[in-house]
Write a protein that binds this ligand. Sequence first.
Ligand code: NDP
Length: 685
Amino acid sequence: MNIMANQPRRLESYVGGTWVAGAREGVPLLDASTGVPVAFIDSSGIDFKQILAYGRDKGGPVLRRMSFHERAAMLKALGQALLERKEEFYALSTATGATRADSWVDIEGGIGTLLSYASKGRRELPNTRVLLDGDVEQLSKDKSFSAQHILSPLQGVAVHINAFNFPCWGMLEKVAPTLLAGVPAIVKPASQTAYLTELMVRRIIETGLLPEGALQLVCGSVGDLLDHVEGQDVMTFTGSAATGQRLKTHRAIIENSVRFTMEADSLNAAVLGLDAAPSTEEFDLFVKEVAREMTVKAGQKCTAIRRVIAPRSYSEALIAALNDRLGKTAIGNPADETVRMGPLASLAQREEVRVRIRDLAADAEIVGGDPDNPHVMSGDASAGAFLNPVLLYCDKPGSARAIHDVEAFGPVSTVMPYDTAEEAVDLTRRGKGSLVASVFTNDPHFAEEVVLGLAPFHGRVMIGNRLSAKSSTGHGSPLPGLVHGGPGRAGGGEELGGMRGVKHYMQRTAIQGAPTMLTAVTGRWMDGADTRRDSEHPFRKSLAELKIGDQLVTATRTVTLDDIEHFAHFTGDTFYAHMDEEAAKANPFFEGRVAHGYLIVSFAAGLFVDPAPGPVLANYGVDNLRFLTPVNPGDTLKVQLTCKEINPRINAEHGEVRWDCKVTNQLDAVVAQYDVLTMVAKRRE
Ligand code: NDP
């Protein structure tokens, strides 16, 4: 289907494996700049109970049969396919009021998040269907009863109710971790900009990369869907606190303990340091950042800076600098490439922001921008939802309420002065929990005091200064690897954060039992489980032949004083504990000269390695290395090497093998323990 912004069309939902239009003509959605209809939206006639069942019964089982790496490969292919179609998304995005730069955040930022999850999934997750969480808990002295926490995908559907401001990113940042976890999704975009989400979902479905039922789309109201959510389902919500709270307290959500992640209003703050006087680099960076956050997406960003907290003596200079910069912002129809700030998403949204500005004006005076008379350089000022950036100033922020309570979701910020670092922290916290705060300072002590004061009230805190100016991703950018969410008013939810985001769609379960049983369930060998020793060295076995629990017990080697001295002089590590008997004895941990830890590791390799070319291709590191008992001259070492975990790669002729390595002395005391990580060929040459 060819989709043009200038041909209004009835949006369709993708449910139950087909595209369906609502039973009614639908509500018109207007271009934010011109007021011309772009699309009509309606979802009446959809059986919402049925689409939940379709996701659970059709999409879920297929996704769960795939491994993490297979799902990651699917996301990568999808991201690449969407990138090829990106210009089509940009063309339609203009109707939402977004400039090219705004759309980049939404479209390429969204696809980038998908690709980032694909790559993290392949690098950070095993090629299995179950995730292990934490270490083995030994529950008996004789190692016959242990426990391991695992994470497995929930068997319901994730319902994502999204906001109007990021029709692409808002969907993809949630769908990526959902699908990687192995859970199907139903996306409900906010009506105002749903036409762009609908276009992207069309292109996603056309790729044929997703299993049927993995992704469904509802354009319009979700009807009675919430009545049918169950305990294995997950809901996420982004939007206003009022709607979020209504949904969160829905009967079915409460009765079925449905996981509910909410991201709502957030009065994010930026703090200018006491050291960051006018004409310092930090002052200039701060002005640039605040102005950028006010104007990107016309301030319709959940992370935008709403409260500007600055030393009292710099406030006047700050307001002048901000007004100077904001006054140069070219406002108009983003179809004109010279425009730097487009309109708000709709006239209704602009009216809402104007009302909020009037609320803020109870505490603060407008010191820049006229909310009622937009200066538009291109487009029809009366047809579009244009609004100038509006800067307010509140002289007594400690006793004011509205400036810490009211979120004007547009290009609006309030400057508020402070005198001490403690006061800056206090003012910031009055936002009652936010997604992000930033602190601009070149003083490490100020950074420490303020950041630690803010951290419990925020999901993310960014420190800006001259050292990171060139590489900083900025105050307003949620990143796939970092937590996005915030406590309190911000909704109390958490999204992204790398693999943390994936785990939101999985159930953590403590599995208890004998180690052999736990090894069978988890796919990872653990101490006390069955082992297998045969005549063939495990390093001679390819991935096809190797089994978890395959074990080698080596010959022994006695460590001599000559070995220690040789190693010391050869490596240059002549630390006294290895070289000076008297000094070593004075050390509370040793009874005399001891072998280097790295000498033990080297001797261990010498004992367990099979030298001939074979399936083992490389050693790429060790994990969790601990030296547990000192080794003195005369001690005799032995190694027990056990195949702990096998991870074949899906797109290569090799995979990773993790070996449990235990080095013991002549008394069977463990002197060193670690995991050896190797690359092993899938088949023998
Ligand atoms: P809403 O809370 O009205 O809508 C958010 C989402 O919820 C939309 O998809 C909406 O769908 C849906 N929704 C609304 N009512 C229901 C319901 N009864 N059942 C199920 N879904 C429902 O927020 P808006 O998008 O209108 O934005 C309003 C304000 O929210 C903004 O002015 C801003 O203050 C805040 N906001 C905050 C964001 C943040 O991330 N912090 C992001 C966006 C907005 P539909 O559009 O079809 O009504």
